[in-house]
Write a protein that binds this ligand. Structure first.
Ligand code: BAL
Ligand code: ZN
Length: 849
């Protein structure tokens, strides 16, 4: 396997002025004709085109058919020597989309032809300089059977419908914007669609279409509404307008990612398009809003300005995630959005950053680029942009992004170029800040407080963990928002500190008594705060920052859970009192739902030096039970106050009520009582929303096997023809807390709905099981054995899916010895498998190192 290094980057030796593609789609094969106009930039260079799994038919250079002695074609490339300064190359090749189970390049999702080219799928379609810094103008003609594929789409604007001949028809699309091949897209199918329009700030009329499987067009309205909101938001917040006459979105069921921002033709995993109250949860609706916006925002941050090489991925992903997070915050509750973003960061990225696959947001090398679409590049990347936003302030940040867009439009650039624009309007140490792009691991910040004679001194000591290879890393540069409060909770001082040294002290004067510290407000930096002797109960009640208030509630519970791990009979009355105060809090209901959530097992696991799940579950079960027992009556009252089974509206108040009511029901499930089971049963049977039904099923599954089985059977019969809902069915059962889950997961693989070739289903059943720590990490090792067998099997079908599943083993070095031993054996079995993909090899071999 070959490792690619950032330091080896070389500019392309050729440019491609234009590309003219013709696709003739058939049931067995697809014929591709690719006419490219080249210009040579480097006199001595051979033309080396990327080409994978292509059946080459003909190569024609400036009208002359080349004999096979004029080029070499191996597994990865097509090389032609002695090419002139300027020339036209026409290549004909054949591909087999119907056999493409990797879902990269051109493939079939059900009856729909579709593409996925990022990062390196285009080379599986036709020979090309398949790298993001080669940008060209694409014209694409798609020809297919008229009846089976009435809809034919590609990037850009539709320029020509060809007259049908026999049973076939064709359409030509032209994209006037130069783009790299990874943004190429094609779709052919018999699809329903909804249409709308948007008038840009400059008065251009844009046609908006969302294409879906037959019969699903009534589920695309929320996606359309989200698209229109995103278009408006980007004009207002960033001054960015859309630049084509048409914007198409197509939903497909088999897709490796969430969605893809192809120019003018986004292709989406149907999970991020289709929704109605009966089949989608409130969280699904939010997810759709955010992913639709994310892909739309890429039009400027990704497409107009793209990445010079794949090491720059966070240039477009970190920035676009930050943009979609801000959009969602503006559309919904900003305080809830921030907490949820941080929760997701910690559950996915902090875990990755503490694992053998930790890498900087700008990695220095890769074996398979597919493995670097990570929480680090995306979510930590977004936190880095957020810190820049904090350092510059809203106004200067806008000036800096305007400068970035003006300067680099139409180019393939580096994160350094973005940072240059930020620095033009910001007063900060750019060189020092850049460490965020080069170093891995989550920094922690130890807090020490001193108070004497009216003076308060805050000493902060930074610790950046060593790199994966053991080498030392330097202290980082970041903004840290703090506040000092008096005993009534009034803020005496609110400040943004700049942290840049390994250890530094900040002094504040004029206090009559020791102030209370609220630190890392809004989670201004993606660091771990280590602070002893904190009065969490006070902060839970009085902190004026919604994030740090939430944080105090979590940290208090975490400290109590660790106390319970030491002694299950520990006194927890202080915590219970504080929890009781939260119940009384008069605040936004969706925020309250978050405040009442007990820490997840994953959160607790991250605080253990050596991970053992058994005591974590035991402690959490105990705390959950004590909370539910003490506050049963109050929780039930809160439940019924907010339970509106016949309300399926999507306004923020209705969503918040459902969030709170369902949180309360989940808390009450710890009682495992007949009464709560009856409440859940009632909710399952009579609520109109999927949000309510999902929680009810989850609760029944944890309390009452018999009632659960009845409800799950009902659910299955009701939704077995809806794959998106069946994903939920599989996921709920795979996450079950009940004994015997592995056997049930194994049996579910034989269900007629389950299909190992559909990534959503694999993620729901196998992926979710691998996060069911109690059973995945079972002491008999069967969980590990099951997953590794699946990885080896799925690797042959879809290496990207297999390497994603391998991520569940990242925790290996931190596990207790007995589990580690079992894990090691299964991991070794994976890497030594004959023909294992480079994707899976890269992840598993890093874990084993
Ligand atoms: N570019 C891959 C999918 C996404 O991040 O939007
Ligand atoms: Zn993206």
């Amino acid at each position: 396997v070959q490792e690619i290094f950032l330091k080896d980057y070389k500019k392309p030796s050729f440019t491609i002025e234009s590309v003219n593609l013709t696709f003739e789609l058939f049931e067995e094969e697809t014929n591709v004709t690719n006419i490219m106009k080249f210009e040579k930039l480097d006199e001595s260079a051979d033309l080396v085109l990327d080409a994978q799994e292509l059946e080459l038919k003909e190569v024609v250079l400036d009208g002359e058919v080349l004999g096979s002695d004029r080029y070499t074609h191996d597994e990865e490339t097509l090389t032609i020597s002695n090419v002139p300064q300027e020339f036209t190359l026409e290549i004909r090749n054949r591909i087999y989309p119907q056999k493409n189970t990797e879902l990269e390049g051109l493939y079939k999702s059900g009856d729909i032809f579709c593409t996925q080219c990022e990062p390196e799928g285009f080379r599986r379609i036709t020979p090309y300089l398949d790298r993001p810094d080669v940008m060209s103008i694409f014209t694409t003609t798609v020809i297919a059977d008229q009846k089976k594929y009435p809809i034919l789409l590609a990037n850009g604007n539709k320029v020509h419908c060809h007259e049908s001949f026999n049973t076939r028809h064709g359409v030509t699309w032209h994209d006037p914007h130069p783009k790299p091949s990874y943004l190429f897209a094609l779709v052919a199918g018999d699809l329903d669609f909804i249409t709308d329009s948007f008038v840009t700030a400059s008065g251009n009329d844009v046609e908006l279409n969302i294409y879906v499987d037959k019969g699903n067009s009534d589920k695309a309205d929320h996606a359309m509404k989200s698209l229109i909101n995103a278009m408006k938001w980007d004009e207002e917040k960033y001054g960015r307008e859309y630049d084509l006459d048409i914007y198409n979105i197509v939903a497909v069921d088999s897709f490796n990612m969430g969605a893809m921002e192809n120019k003018g033709l986004n292709i989406f995993n149907s999970a991020y398009v289709l929704a109605d109250a009966d089949t989608a949860t409130d969280a699904n609706f939010m997810g759709i809003e955010s992913v639709i916006a994310h892909e739309y925002f890429h039009n400027w941050t990704g497409n107009r300005i793209t990445c010079r090489n794949w090491f720059q991925l966070t240039l477009k992903e970190g920035l676009t995630v930050f943009r979609d997070q801000c959009f969602s915050a503006d559309m919904n509750s900003s305080e809830v959005q921030r907490i949820q973003d941080v929760k997701a960061l910690r559950e996915r990225q902090f875990v990755e950053d503490a694992s053998p696959t930790a890498h900087p947001i700008q990695p220095k090398s890769y074996i398979s680029m597919n493995n670097f679409y990570t929480a680090t590049v995306y979510e930590k990347g977004a936190e880095v942009i957020r810190m820049l936003h904090t350092l510059l302030g809203e106004e200067n940040y806008r000036k800096a992004t305007d400068l970035y867009f003006e300067t680099f439009d139409g180019q393939a650039v580096r994160t350094d170029d973005f940072l240059w624009a930020m620095k033009e309007y910001g007063e900060f140490d750019l060189e020092h800040f850049k460490l965020w792009y080069d170093q891995s691991g989550t920094p922690s910040l130890e807090v020490e407080e001193n108070y004497a004679d009216g003076k308060y001194t805050l000493t902060l000591t930074q610790n950046v963990p060593n790199k994966v290879d053991g080498s030392l890393q330097k202290a980082m540069y970041f903004p840290l928002k703090i506040a000092l409060m008096d005993k009534t909770g009034a803020v005496a001082e609110e400040k943004m500190l700049i942290i840049s040294k390994e250890s530094e002290s900040f002094m504040f004067e004029g206090f009559e008594e020791k102030p209370v510290l609220s630190i890392n407000r809004d989670f201004s930096a993606p660091v771990i705060i280590k602070h002893q002797d904190v009065d969490f109960a006070f902060l839970m009640q009085h902190d004026t920052n919604s994030f740090t208030k939430y944080e105090a509630a979590q940290e208090f519970a975490i400290s109590i859970l660790f106390k319970l791990m030491e002694d299950i009979e520990s006194d927890i009355s202080e915590y219970l009192e504080a929890f009781g105060a939260l119940l009384e809090l008069d605040t936004d209901l969706s925020y309250k739902a978050l405040l009442l959530e007990l820490p997840s097992i994953s959160t607790l696991m991250q605080k253990q030096d050596v991970v053992d799940f058994e005591p974590l579950y035991k402690a959490k079960d105990k705390l959950s039970y004590e909370v539910a027992k003490k506050y049963e009556a109050k929780l039930l009252k809160l439940y019924f106050q907010n339970h509106e089974p016949l309300n399926s509206a999507l306004d923020s108040k209705s969503i918040a009520k459902r969030a709170l009511k369902n949180r309360v029901l989940s808390l009450l499930s710890a009682l495992e009582s007949k009464e709560i089971a009856a409440v859940a049963k009632e909710q399952y049977e009579h609520s109109l929303t999927m949000t309510d039904r999902i929680t009810a099923l989850d609760v029944l599954e944890s309390i009452d096997a018999e009632l659960s089985e009845i409800a799950f059977n009902d659910f299955y019969n009701r939704y077995k023809n809806n794959t998106l809902v069946m994903n939920k069915y599989f996921a709920l059962l795979a996450a079950s807390p009940r004994e015997g889950v592995l056997d049930r997961v194994m049996a579910l693989q034989n269900d007629e709905v389950y299909d190992e070739k559909v990534p959503n289903l694999v993620r729901s059943l196998i992926g979710v099981f691998a996060r069911n720590y109690k059973y995945f990490h079972a002491k008999d090792g069967y969980g590990y054995k099951f997953l590794s067998d699946k990885i080896i099997e799925i690797d042959k079908i879809n290496p990207q899916m297999a390497s994603a599943l391998s991520g569940a083993f990242k925790i290996y070095p931190k596990m207790i010895e007995s589990n580690k031993k079992l894990m090691k054996a299964t991991l070794e079995c994976i890497v030594s498998t004959q023909g294992i993909s480079k994707n899976t090899f890269e992840i598993v071999s890093k874990i084993l190192k």
